[in-house]
Design a protein around this ligand. Structure first.
Ligand code: SF4
Length: 118
């Protein structure tokens, strides 16, 4: 099995060619060793982060931007978005404030990304 990936760990953005034979990998195109770990994670345990916004409690005019504190398995993105859609945070939040701890048992929190004080 061959995969082509772009390493996103630094601005160079190496184009990686990943060949998998059994449980072994061969990676070409990486300019440093970080690309090896990136390729293995992407092939074996792909994770994604997400950022979105939700309306503050009692209004649809004030949106509060949120993101995850880390990557989650790709198949968890839509279930987590559904959990986030239920959120109606208070109108005043601080950047980094946890709005959902350990969302759906992933070990990752949903946090506010900016301070809004009213
Ligand atoms: S392989 Fe290394 S040099 Fe290339 S994009 Fe990834 S981190 Fe940057």
């Amino acid at each position: 099995m061959d995969d082509r990936l772009t390493c996103i760990l630094c601005p160079i953005g190496c184009e990686l060619e990943v060949s998998r034979v059994g449980d072994k990998f061969e990676v070409k195109g990486n300019e440093c060793d970080k690309g090896l770990a990136f390729a293995a994670d992407e092939v074996l345990h792909p994770k994604r982060n997400l950022a979105t916004s939700v309306p503050a409690s009692g209004t649809t005019a004030r949106m509060i931007s949120v993101r995850l504190t880390g990557g989650v398995p790709r198949e968890m993105i839509f279930p987590i978005l559904a959990e986030i859609a239920k959120l109606r945070p208070a109108l005043s939040v601080r950047r980094g404030q946890v709005l959902i701890a350990n969302v759906l048992g992933t070990g990752v929190d949903v946090i506010a990304t900016r301070t809004l004080l009213f």
